[in-house]
Design a protein around this ligand. Structure first.
Ligand code: ATP
Ligand code: MG
Length: 685
């Protein structure tokens, strides 16, 4: 008899689930298969199957693309296991506590082993913006922005640095291959990066890339690596096509022989090469472990209807690379995806909002629908329309709640108290005091950096006259935070109380911002400690929403807006894709290399394969472009994305919205030509 939890799986899925658990096979396992073929579902079943067969959930590492994906996976595992072991499944899956993103899991391992690798366990983590700020500070200190006119901006410097680190590639190669216009600054950049690394170490700060880099380095140290590797019997990775070289070396360190390692992914969905992800990881996997690796492919798609699948296959079938996937489905009924022409972006927003409401009338909840777009700012007009119609939404992958200046201020105070050497946080905090500018802030932070006891250094600092009134309260706050007097999360309120008068002074809309901070206090209450709060919030910030306070009410019905990048692995009954026009998809035609354009095609494929029942691709004829560099903003006339050429247009249901009136239709209908020129000639014959 087959165990209940295996019955729903098809033969190939089952093979992947049972592999090496209830079968005698050994070695690493790769599941490579197309969108919606049940890769993630199979992985969840595999974890449940492992646990049901006696594996210790605390010794399972489960790496996913986002924390959201990790918690969804844990829920699935729990449901599957509950079908067999009942209530005991809850405790079992709670113990699955090494699940998360590479960065999140890395941060935890690094804190645990900090002492061994010369780190202070209280290190702070910089998000991309903080990292760019620190890069900028260092740039200024080296005088690069002054002496070198047109030296790359802080964001570009960070991108170059990050690419070199994640791709494990020498700087020269990164410059020539990816940032050729910066190659002339090679020597200065090298100096800058050396100083940036030193600054991070002096300030006890790690950036995102360091979480992977330090982890990978740690796995190259035999003793530490051995100890860490011995803690995990199984390592499983979803979305393996979007991992980079560092992540692959980490996995090798954890499972050098490959035994106990499972990776799943889809090469046709690799969309993160700008973060140095390389599809080679998944393609080279079998060869690397040859002849021990086993490969399972899945060909049945359970997600989409046949017409949607046919259109998606049509798009990816034109790729210059061949993806050997033969997806089929039993869901043969359904409409062709709609390709809807609208006049401009406001009509696009109206079309989407109205269709979403119609769908809801017909019983499709908002949560079962999503709107996807290439770049976060593309949803602007739609957000306005949704707000006007009171349609609640949550936006993934765009501007985050935490990016708001006042929220960053409050977090910076906590970070500064936790680690006073963190210069980016320090600069932010002390300049909140009246009369303190960059010069004085710099002097104060130098004093702190050079001191054995940072608090004593602060106390000994003579503030400028204008700040003297506010100085004692500031000192008292930092002292209290460092001694953890108020306890967690009460201390967040203490920070807010201190910050309130400054907020009033700095911002006109202080009341609204204050409401955000109250919200932040509530979020803080959900974390066990200040350190967990700061780490996890930095790695996985809450999403922006239509809700004023900035945090979704999770139990309400709401629509999802998401960049295509952030929609990975998810599915909705009804999916809308905005701006399926050249210039948006692919984005930036002028600078894109052939490979980059191919990645854009895969991106459209990812977007289309999110849809279960209904897919709408919308094409505004007029599109507004922000072009700071090239002479200001302007409207352009758009054409259909090149990824849907005439050869496959028959797979789509082409429409114009709003539908033409009878008169307009007559006007646009083809008419017999009137040859006036011929008449003219005839007059003289
Ligand atoms: P993606 O490439 O987009 O990440 P995926 O391969 O991970 O897709 P899943 O998300 O795991 O696919 O599965 C897609 C859908 O198919 C889900 O709704 C899942 O529940 C369903 N599904 C998967 N396997 C089966 C099965 N054997 N029987 C019924 N439904 C299934
Ligand atoms: Mg998946």
């Amino acid at each position: 008899m087959t165990a209940a939890h295996l019955q729903r799986l098809n033969v190939d899925q089952r093979r992947a689930v049972e592999f090496g658990v209830t079968t005698a096979e050994k070695g690493p396992l790769l599941v490579i298969a197309g969108a919606g073929s049940g890769k993630t579902n199979t992985l969840a079943h595999r974890v449940a199957h492992l646990i049901l067969n006696g594996a210790d959930p605390r010794r399972i590492m489960l790496l996913t693309f986002s924390r959201r994906a990790a918690s969804e996976m844990a829920h699935r595992v729990e449901r599957i296991a509950a079908g067999v072991m009942g209530d005991k499944a809850v405790a079992m899956t709670d113990a699955l506590n090494w699940s998360g993103t590479f960065h999140g899991v890395g941060a935890r391992l690094l804190r645990e082993h900090a002492a061994w690798i010369g780190l202070d366990p209280a290190f702070s983590i910089h998000d991309r913006e903080d990292s760019a700020d620190l890069m900028n500070l260092v740039r200024h200190e080296l005088g690069l922005s002054k002496t070198e006119s047109r030296f790359p901006a802080k964001g570009t410097c960070l991108a170059i640095y990050s690419r070199a680190v994640n791709a494990e590639m020498p700087l020269d190669q990164v410059l020539v291959g990816v940032f050729p216009w910066c190659a002339m600054w090679k020597d200065q950049l090298r100096g800058l990066f050396a100083a940036y690394v030193e600054a991070k170490q002096a300030q006890n700060v790690l950036d995102y890339d360091d979480l992977l880099l330090y982890w990978a380095q740690m796995m190259a140290e035999p003793t530490i690596a051995g100890e860490i590797a011995a803690r995990f019997d199984h390592v499983l990775v979803d979305e393996y096509q979007d991992t980079n070289r560092l992540q692959a070396s980490i996995l090798l360190g954890l499972k050098p022989s490959g035994e106990g390692l499972t990776v799943v992914g889809d090469d046709a969905q690799s969309i993160y090469s700008f973060r140095a992800a390389t599809v080679r990881n998944i393609l080279d996997f079998p060869g690397h472990f040859s002849p021990k690796a086993s490969v399972v492919t899945l060909e049945r798609n359970y997600r989409s209807t046949q017409p949607i699948l046919a259109a998606a296959n049509g798009v990816i079938g034109l790729a210059s690379e061949r993806f050997t996937k033969n997806l089929w489905t039993e869901r043969t009924a359904g409409d062709r995806p709609r390709l809807v022409t609208v006049r401009g972006e406001s009509e696009q927003a109206r079309y989407v909002a109205e269709t979403i409401l119609e769908n809801r009338e017909q019983g499709v909840a908002l949560k079962a629908q999503a709107v996807l777009f290439r770049a976060a700012h593309h949803s602007g007009p739609l957000e306005v329309e949704l707000t006007r119609r009171n349609i609640p939404f949550v936006k993934f992958g765009g501007l985050k709640f935490l990016d708001a200046a006042h929220v960053k201020d409050l977090l910076a105070v906590l970070r500064f108290a936790e680690n006073p050497r963190d210069r980016v946080a320090g600069f932010r905090v002390v300049q909140l005091l009246p009369g303190v500018g960059p010069m004085i802030a710099g002097r104060l932070l130098d004093a702190v950096a050079g001191a054995i006891d940072p608090l004593e250094a602060l106390k000994g600092f003579a503030p400028p006259a204008r700040a003297s009134e506010d100085w004692p309260a500031f000192l008292a706050l930092i002292t209290a935070l460092r001694s953890r007097q108020a306890g967690w999360p009460a201390e967040v309120e203490a920070v807010r109380n201190w910050y309130e008068p400054h907020l009033d002074r700095i911002h006109e809309d202080a009341a609204m911002r204050l409401a955000d901070l109250v919200q932040l206090e509530q979020i803080a209450g959900g974390y066990a400690s200040r350190e967990r709060f700061l780490t996890e919030l930095t790695l996985d910030p809450p999403d922006a929403t239509s809700d004023e306070a900035g945090v979704p009410h999770r139990d309400e019905d709401y629509l999802i807006l998401s960049t295509i990048h952030s929609s990975k692995g998810q599915e909705w009954k009804s999916v809308f894709v905005l701006n399926t026009i050249d210039g948006c998809m692919p984005i930036d035609l002028s600078t894109g290399s052939a490979e980059e354009i191919e990645e854009e095609r895969r991106l459209l494929y990812v977007a289309m394969t999110r849809a279960k029942d209904q897919l709408h691709l919308v094409m505004p004829q007029r599109f507004f472009v922000h072009q700071q560099a090239r002479g200001g903003d302007r409207h352009v006339y758009a054409t259909r994305t090149r990824f849907i050429p005439s050869a496959i247009i028959g797979l789509f249901d082409q429409r114009i919205w709003p539908p033409l009136t009878a008169q307009e239709a007559a006007a646009s209908a083809p008419r017999p030509p009137v040859d006036i020129a011929a008449r003219m000639r005839g007059m003289w014959r």
